[in-house]
Design a protein around this ligand. Structure first.
Ligand code: HEM
Length: 502
């Protein structure tokens, strides 16, 4: 009878408590009992977190779907599936300008929120983000504010100073010459069909090398993807890195999966280039000559890695998306071509500053950045202290996102929001009520893009030359640029375009 009572109390609902009771049974727990205890603990932990997130969390009043407010599961699922951009757009359409997209994370899309988030010291880069690139001290991910100011000072003159800009144009010109020659050769050899994804990736990577060291990577000449770009497959860094930032306890596992080799390879390439660079020419040597010793050698290398990545992938994606939209909107391509042909006497005459000032061409690029922003769901920030953003009181520690993809397609902000209409940037009366201030493709404030001028020169130059020479025709009519996966950036597949001479 006594034995029966003992057996009863140690089975059923009690193993969870037994595990922590210090009873003699705890010293020899069976594997099954321990497992049940762990499961029970996990169950109660999850239940308690969900209850807290829904009923007691300081963000409990911010709108969002129940499952998103309760757990990180929907966010994580969308991230891994590569469709967080579409998922957040749908949430904003349903819940408005501020949405609680995970228990501790908000997404904003209004222009006012943009100004507040990027214009205040109460909001900083997410401290988990340096994990994304191996904790390198660089301008993009490293969170120390004094270091960031130093990195910006180091780069600003050589990237944007007036004398530097004139040198930059020759970089664009000579790489665009190779690009045009190789695109034409490929078109001739392949029934006029060219995979523009490859060509834009090669071009912008070569340009980045030339910009920094006055020596391109030679990808266009060799028609070969450099291991840096191949490995980057951006998916790996972006997907794993952001997951690390979300779930710090995953860091060890993720590190094992993240191509560590990639970080080493990028740094090795930079170190080699640094050894052989010409003096007084590219950004790398100009910056070090102007501010000797301002950055340590490791900091210089880390920042040059970022410049290659920030300069290459962004412009490549935008050129890729613009080409896609122009294949889908032939009338826009025609107008842009007419504008270019009216402004220049021949393709060889296409040059800065005139080409960067063509209104329709610029509107094509802005419209592309509205529909396909290069960082679709932004690089997340976090609240250093409690702060009011767009009417929402955001507690310290909250993760904050400005979802560019959703802002650009939000139907309250833009008429025909998912249509490609460059006219909306040119004062056309049909689009008078558009909320253009919600589009900040280069960001504003202390983290605004340092390569904006250069990017605009490069993109207008290249697009103008292609428009001059070709009509674009999409080979696979079922292809949709914006249906591709995204992580931090876009995971671009082949963009096969028939390049028909005009
Ligand atoms: C279409 C082209 C480009 C777009 C849309 C773009 C967009 C952006 C955005 C949105 C940021 C801010 C990221 C953040 O902090 O959340 C940024 C930062 C930056 N970009 Fe660009 N970018 C482009 C091209 C370039 C180019 C060509 C370069 C260099 C040659 C460059 C260099 C940088 C640097 C150094 C930063 C870091 C600034 C800082 O944190 O202080 N970008 N860019």
């Amino acid at each position: 009878m006594a034995e029966a009572a003992t057996t009863n109390s140690s089975s059923g609902f009690s193993p969870f408590f037994d595990l922590f009771s210090g009873s003699s049974r705890f010293t020899k727990p069976s594997f099954a009992r321990a497992s049940v205890s762990v499961v029970a603990f996990a169950f109660f932990y999850v239940l308690a977190s969900i209850t807290y997130n829904l009923l007691f969390h300081p963000l409990r009043k911010v709108p969002g779907p129940l499952f998103h407010r309760a757990t990180k599961i929907p966010w994580t699922r969308a991230w891994i599936a590569g469709n967080l951009h579409h998922s957040l757009l749908a949430l904003h359409e349903q819940y408005g300008e501020v949405v609680r997209i995970a228990p501790n994370e908000l997404s904003f899309i209004s222009a006012a929120a943009f100004q507040q988030i990027y214009g205040t010291d109460s909001i900083a880069r997410n401290p988990r983000l340096p994990a994304l690139n191996g904790n390198q001290h660089d301008i993009m991910f490293w969170t120390n504010i004094a270091d960031h100011t130093r990195f910006r000072k180091y780069l600003i003159h050589s990237l944007n100073g007036p004398s530097a800009i004139s040198g930059h144009e020759s970089v664009i010109q000579r790489n665009a010459d190779v690009f045009r020659r190789q695109v034409e050769a490929q078109a001739n050899a392949n029934d006029r069909v060219v995979n523009m994804t490859n060509f834009y990736d090669w071009l912008t990577f070569d340009v980045a090398g030339d910009l920094l060291w006055r020596e391109s990577f030679g990808s266009l000449e060799k028609l070969e993807t450099h291991p840096w770009q191949e490995l980057q497959g951006v998916a790996a860094l972006g997907t794993y890195g952001v997951l690390i930032a979300q779930f710090p306890w995953l860091e060890k596992i993720m590190r094992a999966l993240t191509p560590r080799k990639l970080l080493e390879l990028m740094l090795d390439v930079v170190k080699e280039k640094q050894k052989t660079m010409l003096p007084n020419a590219g950004v790398a040597s100009l910056a070090s000559a102007k501010f000797p010793g301002l950055l340590s050698p490791n900091e210089v290398n880390a920042n040059l890695v970022i410049l290659v990545n920030a300069g290459g992938e962004t412009t490549s994606t935008t050129l890729n998306a613009a080409t896609y939209f122009l294949t889908r909107n032939k009338a826009c391509a025609r107008k842009a071509r007419e504008e270019v042909r009216a402004a220049f006497a021949s393709e060889n005459d296409i040059s800065h500053p005139k080409v960067t000032q063509l209104p329709y061409l610029n509107a094509v690029i802005l419209e592309t950045l509205r529909l396909a922003p290069v960082v679709p769901t932004s690089i997340s920030r976090y609240a250093v202290r409690e702060v009011l953003i767009d009417g929402a009181m955001v507690p310290k520690g909250t993760c904050i996102r400005t979802t560019n993809f959703a802002a650009g397609r939000y139907s309250t902000y833009f008429r025909d929001a998912s249509e490609f209409r460059p006219e909306r940037w040119l004062g056309h009366p049909s689009f008078e009520s558009d909320n253009r201030a919600a589009i900040q493709p280069f960001l504003s404030g202390k983290h605004s893009c340092m390569g904006r001028k250069f990017a605009e020169m490069e993109m207008t130059h290249v697009l103008a030359r292609l428009l001059w020479a070709y009509e674009f025709e999409l080979v696979d009519d079922t292809f949709g640029f914006c249906e591709q996966r995204t992580n931090l950036l876009w995971e671009k597949g082949p963009l096969n375009v028939r390049m028909i001479p005009v």
